[in-house]
Design a protein around this ligand. Structure first.
Ligand code: 5RP
Length: 239
């Protein structure tokens, strides 16, 4: 069960995990910079280290993360100049006891997955509210092509308990890659990898927010302190 936290406590936890991740960065690393409010804390702490001499370059996973880099004096690069990354640092919407994740609450799941796949190591940051037994309380974001989206929506509608095109101020949200996002309720997800494959078989589905077998290091909070976990066998939270 998710731990109850006030939003101030949750923000404090995000700051702790973000600061710890920034301490793990070595000079001259090429890093993937994730998206979201937890990554914002990482970017702030990384910016402080850069101002005192650390040299790094980042590839951003969204326009929002480009802004974060700019605000914190973090030099950016791209895949033309840096074909692979030493590591990526990103947040999560849910992390299960098996170390699978739901991501995409911020709508950047496609670029986040591309950047994660191009990284030798992947660090994910999760405050204690993100830790779950099984995935599925957080609606699964699925990125779909705009062309023919009506058919994909009805297909998803048959598979999921509920699904809805993500909207902001009444308009459908368009991702940085020019696609739509559908938020899907599947209930408890027993087999995330097979659900991911099943969804990706549907023409028009570009990517899902299921990130399976991608965590090399999880920085989270245990008894109010940041901790580093590297394997599901170290997961300490209750189902
Ligand atoms: C964006 C993401 C974020 O990493 C995820 O939504 C977590 O966000 P936050 O750190 O704001 O809780 O996947 O697409």
């Amino acid at each position: 069960m998710k731990k109850r936290r006030t939003s101030d406590q949750q923000e404090a936890e995000k700051a702790l995990v973000g600061a710890m991740a920034a301490e793990m960065i070595d000079t001259d690393m090429a890093i993937g910079l994730g998206t979201g409010s937890t990554v914002r804390h990482f970017a702030q702490a990384l910016g402080q280290r850069i101002r005192t001499g650390l040299r790094v370059r980042v590839i951003c996973t969204s326009r929002q993360s480009e802004m974060l880099a700019k605000q914190n004096d973090i030099p950016t690069t791209d895949f033309d100049r840096v074909p692979s990354l030493d590591l990526c640092v990103d947040g999560a919407d849910e992390v299960s006891l098996d170390f699978d994740m739901i991501k995409g609450g911020g709508g950047a799941l496609l670029y986040e997955k591309i950047v994660a796949a191009a990284s030798s190591r992947r660090i994910y940051l999760a405050d204690s509210t993100k830790l779950v037994g099984k995935l599925g309380q957080f609606p699964l974001p699925v990125e779909i092509c705009r062309f023919g989206h009506q058919n994909v929506l009805s297909h998803l509608g048959r598979l999921a308990r509920q699904c809805a095109l993500r909207r902001r101020d009444g308009d459908a949200v368009i991702t940085d890659a020019g696609n739509y996002i559908v938020d899907c309720q599947f209930g408890e997800i027993d087999q995330p990898a097979s659900l991911h494959r099943r969804l990706c078989d549907i023409p028009g589905i570009v990517e899902t927010g299921l990130f399976c077998d991608m965590i090399d290091m999880l920085i989270t909070i245990k008894e109010d302190r940041p901790v580093v976990l590297t394997s599901p066998s170290e997961a300490f939270w209750a189902p």
